[in-house]
Design a protein around this ligand. Structure first.
Ligand code: NAP
Length: 319
C-alpha cells in the first residue's frame, strides 16, 4: 500500500517471504534526495543481501552490500539512462531490487547509478543497443552470468519520430523507430522469456512501455504511433504465451511525463485541428510509482494495462 510518508510491502514468492517498510525516497525528476531504510525483516532468506541469495553474483561493491540488502529480485530496465527509465530504476533500487541498467550511452547509465548514492554498487550498467540482436543477447547473457535469474524486464527504451508528413518520411527514418520501439522490445522480451521459463522459481514479469499513442495518434507521427499500437499486440501475445510459464506481462501507457522526450509538449505541439498548443506535463515520479506497483504484485496477479497521464492533456474529450 502506498502513502505519502512511506509504504509497506509484503511479498510471498517461491517460498520466500519478505516484509519491509521503507521511507519513500524524496525524488524529483532525475534526482534522488533521500532513500533510507527504516526497518527490514527478511524471513527465510539466508545470507546478507544478493550474495547470500545468489552465491555466484558479482558486480556488487562492498559499499553497495553494506548499505542495501537486496530483496532477492532482479530487474532489468532498458532506456535506464534518462527520463522514465532512470526514475523507475531508482524507484526499484529504493525498493531493494537489484537493477541492471541498459541503454546506448554508458555515461548516462553511470549517472543513474551515481544518483543511487552510497548503494550504487547494487546497480549494474550494461551499455546496450536494443535494436541490435547481438547487443541484446550479450545483455541477457550478462544478466544470467551475474545474477542467474531475471524477475522483471521493463521494456522502456524508445525514440520519438520526427514530426514530418508520412509521405516525406525516409525508409531509414521509419526503420530506425521500428527497430528501437518495436523490434527492440521484442528482442528483449524474447531473451527475458528464455531465462524466466527456465529458472527456478519459474516465471517473471515483463512490463512494456506503450503510450497514449498506443490509443490515438498525434499529427505526423506514423512511425511512433504504429510502433506503440504494435506494443499493445506484443503485450497481449506475451501475456498469452507466457501463461504456461508463470510469465506475467502488462503495459503502461503514459501521457506527457516530464522527460527529454516530452519537452516539445511543454513548448507547444501540433494539435489535430492544426493549432500549436503547449500541453500540461506531470512529474515522472508518478510513473515510477505506477511501475513499482505493477512490479510488486505476485505473479498470479497482473495489471494488464494502466494509463497514467497529465490530467488536462488533450486525449479524453477529443481534444
Ligand atoms: N515521456 C512521456 O510522456 C512518454 C509518453 C508515452 C510513452 N513514453 C515512452 O517512454 C519511454 C521512455 O521515454 P522517456 O520519456 O523517458 O524519454 P527519454 O528520456 O528520451 O528516454 C528514452 C531512453 O531510451 C534509450 N534508448 C533509445 N534508443 C535506444 C536503443 N536503441 N537501445 C537502448 N536504449 C535506447 C535512451 O538512451 P540512449 O540514447 O542512451 O540509448 C533513453 O534513455 C519511451 O518508450 C517512450 O516512447 C514516454
Amino acid at each position: 500500500m502506498l502513502s505519502d510518508s512511506g509504504f509497506q510491502m509484503r511479498a510471498v514468492d517461491g517460498g520466500q517471504s519478505v516484509s519491509q517498510q521503507l521511507v519513500r525516497p524524496r525524488r524529483r525528476a532525475d534526482v534522488v534526495v533521500q532513500a533510507r531504510v527504516v526497518n527490514v525483516r527478511y524471513e527465510g532468506l539466508a545470507g546478507d543481501g544478493i550474495n547470500g541469495i545468489f552465491p555466484g553474483a558479482t558486480g556488487f561493491s562492498k559499499e553497495g552490500r553494506a548499505n542495501m540488502a537486496s530483496n532477492g529480485k532482479i530487474a532489468l530496465v532498458t532506456g535506464a539512462g534518462s527520463g522514465i527509465g532512470r526514475a523507475v530504476s531508482l524507484a526499484l533500487h529504493a525498493a531493494r531490487w537489484s537493477v541492471v541498467l541498459a541503454g546506448r550511452r554508458a555515461a548516462r547509465l553511470e549517472e543513474t547509478r551515481a544518483l543511487a548514492g552510497a548503494s550504487a554498487g547494487a546497480m549494474r550498467a550494461v551499455p546496450t543497443d536494443v535494436s541490435n540482436p547481438e547487443s541484446v543477447r550479450a545483455l541477457f547473457a550478462k544478466v544470467k552470468e551475474v545474477f542467474g535469474r531475471l524477475d522483471l524486464l521493463f521494456n522502456n527504451a524508445g525514440l520519438s519520430s520526427p514530426p514530418v508528413p508520412m509521405e516525406d518520411l525516409t525508409y531509414e527514418q521509419w526503420n530506425a523507430i521500428v527497430a528501437t520501439n518495436l523490434t527492440g522490445a521484442f528482442l528483449c522480451a524474447q531473451e527475458a522469456i528464455k531465462i524466466m521459463k527456465a529458472q527456478q522459481p519459474r516465471g517473471g514479469r515483463i512490463i512494456n512501455n506503450g503510450s497514449i499513442s498506443a490509443h490515438a495518434p498525434r499529427p505526423n507521427s506514423a512511425p511512433y504511433t504504429a510502433t506503440k499500437h504494435a506494443i499493445t499486440g506484443l503485450t497481449k501475445c506475451i501475456s498469452l504465451d507466457g501463461r504456461p510459464y508463470d510469465i506475467a506481462c502488462g503495459q503502461i501507457d503514459i501521457g506527457n511525463a516530464a522527460t527529454e522526450l516530452s519537452a516539445p509538449m511543454a513548448r507547444g505541439v501540433a494539435q489535430a485541428n492544426g493549432s500549436i498548443l503547449p500541453e500540461p506535463r506531470f512529474d515522472v515520479e508518478h510513473v515510477a510509482d505506477a511501475v513499482l506497483y505493477m512490479a510488486s504484485l505476485p505473479l498470479n496477479a497482473n495489471v494488464q494495462f494502466m494509463t497514467v497521464m497529465a490530467t488536462k492533456m488533450p486525449f479524453v474529450g477529443r481534444g
